[in-house]
Ligand binder design. Structure first.
Ligand SMILES: Nc1ncnc2c1ncn2[C@@H]1O[C@H](COP(=O)(O)OP(=O)(O)OP(=O)(O)O)[C@@H](O)[C@H]1O
Ligand SMILES: [Mg+2]
Length: 379
């Protein structure tokens, strides 16, 4: 079991990973999903002991990476983002050398290296210089190295990067195959990958966890209500009334003219079960249902929703900031005007004071005009 508790990493003042916690059970394949710069590699480097955490703990089978790094490293096979392969060595020699570093007993090295090469389909290139291999093959050599020593846990950072589509499918099958004997955490930003090989995912964005759940639950949590897409032949008002009158139908969201006498409807419903009564009701009134399909939110939609601020949010934030800027400008203007009238009354103006009053109100006096224009422009 891998337990990650309140793990945090700051690069200078930048929080690359902020207070993340999750656990990975034995024999589980966990997808670590996030866009570029989310903090996936940083987290994996901390789990494997390649990077010290700023705070928080990583326990692997109960061993703390900070206190027992050797015990943890013995249990982990790591394929980092850039596999640390020696370009001048031949594939087989390199894997033999790596097996030695991983303390694989001499008597077992040959077999382990051969098994790993076979699993990654690199036996044919075993005598080639690593530096002359294609990127995809170098990735496979790094993967083979991660398998040496039969580690219980495999941490794979974007294992399919640089592979062609056929190889990607092969690696997916390999991960499925390896999951019988290993606990696997693998990172990716390719959604098809997680759906294909794992049941549970962690979604991370800007160093923070957005979701830890099964793919089904994550999809359900963002899907809200279910929609039916239907194509129905019949008079539009008649069809609309029948749909509206069917129990379980919540709303007709969209009606589109398709071809003569055929219209497409997007209908929000309580559950998939509404399809049967809906079809019966329409057929009873001689309206032909040409197509009916339910539409659930996909993991893709969930990913976008969980990792990207919505346009609504960003414009609301921008508008709030603009409001703050305008308030400060208005206060500065008022303060400047008050000071000016006082100076006029005294018949001895001191321009310095005007500037000071404006600045102390939160914004330089000359900026007030710009704030106004912006808000005017937005409206
Ligand atoms: N050595 C470093 N020094 C400073 N900042 C870093 C360093 N390494 C990573 N970062 C920053 O930390 C954040 C997380 O980076 P990280 O590489 O962990 O993301 P990632 O999810 O693996 O992204 P990708 O999908 O592109 O591989 C990013 O903002 C990145 O710029
Ligand atoms: Mg990365």
């Amino acid at each position: 079991m891998v337990e990650i508790k309140n793990l945090t990493k700051y690069y200078g003042s930048h929080p690359a990973v902020l207070d993340i916690s999750f656990t990975v059970g034995d024999h589980e394949v966990l997808g670590f999903l996030g866009p570029n710069g989310a903090g996936k590699s940083t987290t994996m480097n901390m789990i494997t002991g390649c990077l010290p955490a700023t705070s928080g703990t990583v326990l692997v089978d109960g061993y703390d990476i900070a206190k027992d790094p050797m015990e943890v490293k013995r249990r982990i096979g790591y394929l980092p983002e850039l596999p640390p392969v020696y370009p001048d060595m031949r594939v087989r020699d390199y894997l033999n050398f790596a097996a030695g570093l991983k303390r694989v007993p001499r008597g077992e090295r040959k077999k382990q290296v051969e098994d790993a090469m076979e699993r990654l389909k690199i036996t044919d290139v075993q005598r080639r210089i690593i530096g002359n291999l294609s990127k995809g093959y170098r990735q496979r050599v790094g993967f083979a190295m991660a398998l040496l020593g039969s580690p219980k846990f495999l941490i794979l950072d974007e294992p399919t990067v640089g592979l062609d589509p056929t190889q990607v499918i092969e690696v997916r099958h390999l991960i499925q195959d390896l999951s019988r004997d290993h606990t696997i955490i693998f990172s990716t930003h390719i959604l098809a990958e997680v759906t294909a090989v794992c049941e549970r995912v962690v979604i991370i964005n800007k160093g923070q966890i957005r979701a830890v759940d099964t793919i089904a639950n994550i999809e359900a949590s963002v899907s809200g209500d279910l929609r039916l897409k239907m194509k129905v032949e019949g008079e539009i008002m008649k069809v609309t009334n029948i749909i509206k009158g069917t129990q379980g139908v919540q709303e007709i969201e969209e009606v589109e003219y398709d071809s003569v006498g055929v219209n497409s409807f997007t209908v929000r419903v309580a559950s998939d079960d509404v399809r049967k009564p809906l079809m019966s009701a329409l057929l009873a009134e001689d309206c032909m249902v040409l197509e009916i399909a339910s539409e659930k939110a996909s993991l893709e939609e969930a990913f976008v929703k969980l990792t990207a601020p919505t346009a609504k949010q960003s414009s609301a934030e921008a508008f709030e900031a603009l409001g703050r800027e305008m308030d400060a400008a208005r206060e500065a203007e008022e303060a400047a005007a008050a000071e000016e009238s006082r100076s006029d009354a005294d018949a001895a103006g001191e321009p310095k004071k005007t500037e000071q009053a404006a600045e102390s109100a939160g914004a330089p006096a000359q900026k007030s005009g710009r704030g106004k224009q912006k808000k005017g422009g937005k409206h």
